[in-house]
Write a protein of this length. Structure first.
Length: 272
């Protein structure tokens, strides 16, 4: 023990060091918790800082689309064409305009929760500095006062990194569109509606075309050429559609079953 410094002064300095360690512990735990939450939210997506883009588990890139100045996040979105055709889309996103991932552009602490925990840590460092200062003011000797002032100064210097976010100027990304959260939601809704309209149009184009009047007229001419009654042909066509069995011609009903094959072959050669 230093001469002139009592047990009370020593305990005050030790208490200041413990408070400083507690402050850094709270900040470290909050940082790790936020990193784990961000990792779980990304869902297997990996951010590549050199490309400023996210790579999804299916080896597809999500590029920056907009920046939200209110929430201080950059939004990345995949191509709707690629995401909608992805085999694992059901487990990734329900959106029709591509998967979206956000990233805070400011370093820790960037979110409100992070600033809350950083504020608690800073408040603890204030107590760590004030405790030895108060003891220095009440010390009996000059030596004890100087030692306590030195301890308070050291704790204050060591706590400066926790106050660095107050001196940091917010980053403003360049080359991207500035959109708020509401504007981003409106834009995604419009993209999803446009995609739905394209799918509806494509589906209507793929519908089976109905038989035209020209096809019906051509079939009637062929039936007349073969000697069949158009009215009878219509009845046969309806019967074919209903039962799936091709009915015989009127003149074939008068021919025995054993000679119908030969009759049909002769009719084919006559037409040819």
């Amino acid at each position: 023990m230093i001469a002139g410094v009592g047990i009370a002064e020593g305990l005050a300095m030790a208490y200041a060091v413990v408070l400083l360690l507690v402050a850094y512990g709270i900040d470290t735990l909050a940082r790790r918790s936020a990193a784990k939450v961000e990792s779980d939210r990304a869902g297997g997506f990996v951010y590549h800082e050199d490309h400023d883009a996210w790579l999804c588990p299916q080896d597809q890139w999500l590029w920056p689309q907009s920046f939200d100045p209110d929430n201080r996040v950059m939004r990345y979105r995949g191509s709707p064409t690629v995401c909608n055709a992805c085999p694992v889309k059901d487990t990734c996103t329900t959106s029709h305009d591509g998967r979206e991932v956000s990233r805070a552009v400011d370093s820790w602490p960037a979110s409100e929760a992070a600033r809350f925990h950083r504020g608690i840590a800073c408040a603890i460092t204030v107590l760590a500095v004030l405790w030895p200062l108060a003891m220095a003011a009440a010390a009996d000797t000059v030596t004890a006062s100087l030692v306590l002032l030195a301890a308070a100064t050291g704790v204050g210097v060591l706590s400066l990194p926790l106050w660095s976010h107050l001196r940091r100027s917010p980053a403003v990304p360049e080359g991207v569109r500035l959109t708020t959260l509401d504007e981003n939601l409106d834009h995604r809704t419009q993209v999803a509606l446009a995609h739905q309209r394209r799918r509806t149009t494509y589906g209507s184009d793929r519908r089976e075309e109905r038989p035209s009047a020209y096809a019906s007229e051509r079939r009637d001419v062929q039936d007349r050429r073969h000697g069949a009654d158009p009215a009878t042909t219509v009845v046969q066509q309806r019967s074919r559609d209903a039962s799936g069995v091709v009915p015989t011609r009127p003149e074939e009903s008068l021919i025995p079953e054993s000679r119908r094959s030969a009759y049909r072959s002769d009719r084919t050669r006559e037409v040819g």
